[in-house]
Unconditional design. Sequence first.
Length: 361
Amino acid sequence: MDRGNQMLQVSGSICRLRSAVLSVPCLGLLVALLLAPALASQERNVFETDTHRFTEVRNQIYLAQSTARVFNSSSLVVVNDDDVVVVDSHVTPSKARDLIASIKELTDKPISALINSHHHWDHAHGNQEFDDLPIIGHEYAYKRLSGDVRADPTFVRGLEGNQATIERILQQIAEAEDGEGKTALQAYLEMFRAHAADFDEIEPEPPNVTLKERMTLHRPGRGEIQILFLGRAHTGGDLMVYFPQDKLVFTGDVAFGGPSFLGDGYVGEWPQTLENLKALDFDIFVPGHGPPVTDLRRIDLVQEYYRDLWRLAAEKHAAGVSAEDAAKTIDLTHHTEIPINNVGVDLISIQRIYHLLDNPQ
């Protein structure tokens, strides 16, 4: 089995396990993995440390990814003439410290600011390691990260997902017949348990600089770094980080090569937010998970998926169909290019749509 298929097999099993309990964009992750061979085939400058891989997307703008197999959300590291701007702080303080140490190996320029693309734990719970810097985020992210974050449904699902993953690995170890396979699983279990323990250290840190619609940073040699709220989508306060001079945009979890996690999303508004994104002048975008995307037609495909999902869920809701039955019967398999291979939708997505239909915001 080649590495790509191994990644799909492992990630697919984790996503199936977590789908009912964990707020992660598993569908988007799987799509990113499916697209990865084509997107990653472009030759790019890569710099690696003990914990991170920095892939230069364009003009010293780096996609920063942890090499730990237990964690997959990305950061953006922007090396300017005099400083470094970071977008997203990773999942835990421990992973954030690893990122900061790795940036120091990449460049001796100081980190001057952190931007939060949104409030979700897998992107913002390393914030406390940047608390001596401007942490820039949307007003909505401030609100969510200033509240009882440990009771936030997405964070609770994250903790539950950690435990469920540990239980699944233990089951796989018990069922393993191959000694080498059992040893590998035990090593992975030790790694994942350490990752889960890192969550105990989290002290949620909200942005200390907020915006409602836009903010522009000016950096010598870089020009403008535009921080834009283009509408509600993955959350109520998603920010895009746009580099006009480089024709590049970091989209966080608003745009992948496929659909994102919808449990906090505004599915009915999402297509328009993506339309607003398309109005920017760019030819590559970097999502919050997975490789950069140059096939901008993927945005069109996802817009149509969201429109159909919202329409079909609204029809089921109007007909009095339960969320559980709707999740089992909604058919989006005509979206073959995403691809959607089976009838049915994640229940969390339908519950979210039903909630929005019952509680217009």
